[in-house]
Design a protein around this ligand. Sequence first.
Ligand SMILES: [Zn+2]
Length: 330
Amino acid sequence: MQKGFVPFAEVKRAVSLEAVLERYELVPSLTRKGMNLAGPCPFCKGSSGRQFQVNLAKNAWYCFGCKAGGNILDFVAKKEEVSIRTAALKLDSWFELGLVAKEKPHAEAPAHPAETPAASPEAPPAAKEVPPTSNPPLAFTLKTLDPHHESLASLGFSSETIERFGAGYCAKGLLKSRFAIPIHNAEGELVAYAGLAVEEDASPRYLFPPKFHAPLEVMNLYRLPEFAEEGGPLYLAPEIEGVLRLAEVGIVAALALFDGSLSPVQEEAVIGALPLFERLVLMGEGFEDRTVARLARHASLTWSPDLSEEFLPSLPAAHEEEFLCTGKPR
Ligand SMILES: [Zn+2]
């Protein structure tokens, strides 16, 4: 690991913008509409009560008054009046992420305790990162996950779906009090458990092991051979939960990204699978615009906003039939 290495991307992935806003006790001043928050700007404190806008799905913020915006690092940097790097260090410490290397206690100990926000040579973030090329298989499995735990009721999954994915309520450890969902690599090896919050307002919504590199995986990819034979549409959800939601209504040919973004590895995996399927259906909101644009270069896309009652009857006839046939497992 490089001297003074700060993994900006991992810090960004580990902490939600909502958690940051909560830490500053700003959430009560904002109005929530779906995945968006709006309210007075914490920086310019302008006259309009809605100029500060937050997109929780993208963990992005923008103020129409002071024209400032960005991600959690930009927010903390502006709020604390520090560099992006110092903002990342603060987040690492506040949220006990343990992502910043601490292996050299003496070396380049902060010779410049007061960092200058203006001339931050580390920006742009992520420029120096050398990402890993694979997630090593886990050496353990969580054996005590409870698929029937009462607090899972709010998630609305049937026991069949939960068991199908080997998921369950986690009572201890890093994912304590969360819904643990196993994640496998393309070969079907277990590489991580994701912890989905069971309460709607909890943040972060997903918790991943700090060393897990989500851009290298596509949820459910290893199961593709199982359902490719059917040849119907391939569904893609922006977050892993989507695969379970789809299974819940009998759609098994489904993959998911992690936060709506699409890495080159993920792009290759999704596009590589496409010839086996009739078409690609993007399911749900929360895809980054870039993700949609990149997929659209390779495939004609269908987009479905959700699995609501209004949507299901509007499925194309061919699919409706398939939907009826596949149904929920007993
Ligand atoms: Zn502002």
